[in-house]
Design a protein around this ligand. Sequence first.
Ligand SMILES: [Zn+2]
Length: 215
Amino acid sequence: MIKDERYILDSEIESKAYAMLAGFESQYGKIVKPPIPIDRIIESYLDIWMDWDDIQDTNEEKILGYLNPSSKKILMNERHRDHFEEYIGTEAFTKAHEVGHWDLHIAKKSEAVQLPLLLPKEKITYLCRQQKLDKREIQAEKYAAYLLMPHHLLMEAINDVDITKWPDLYALKNEFGVTITAFTKRLKSLKLIYITEDKKIFHSQAESFGNQNLF
Ligand SMILES: [Zn+2]
């Protein structure tokens, strides 16, 4: 079997994200309800600097932000401030995605900081394009979802909510500070909801079939 060093099990991505939260909580107190304080995790706990930068990109290949491990910086693309403001939750998600690169892909954090600054920027940074085909980009996306919507907080939040109703889902995604896309994707991955092509929500695919048979 060919070993792909960059392959990381989802369960490992999930436990790393939860370990990150546990580490933060051990210093700053328990997070009892959403949203996850992503800015504090980055700036206070990880001591990573965040700023805005004008990052050249194209409409076809938008770059929302990047991580520069050697300078311990997360730079958000100034060009997409409108996008971040319009789609509430995209900013937090992009930041959590960069934390994902930091946690999953920088093996030795102390060495990363000492990487020669003379290296070409593109070799040491994680430019995060919206079209995420690269394996590490997908891993960082998954990490962000686990970090911002950890299982225990999610299960607690949906406990007495009807997750087959769009208004309830919107209220919940606002609580977590994520986009509706990210939120429904997380619920789908946990097999808690099934959404039909005409945007009806069911608890499962079987339930949706059952429903169709009624008519
Ligand atoms: Zn990325």
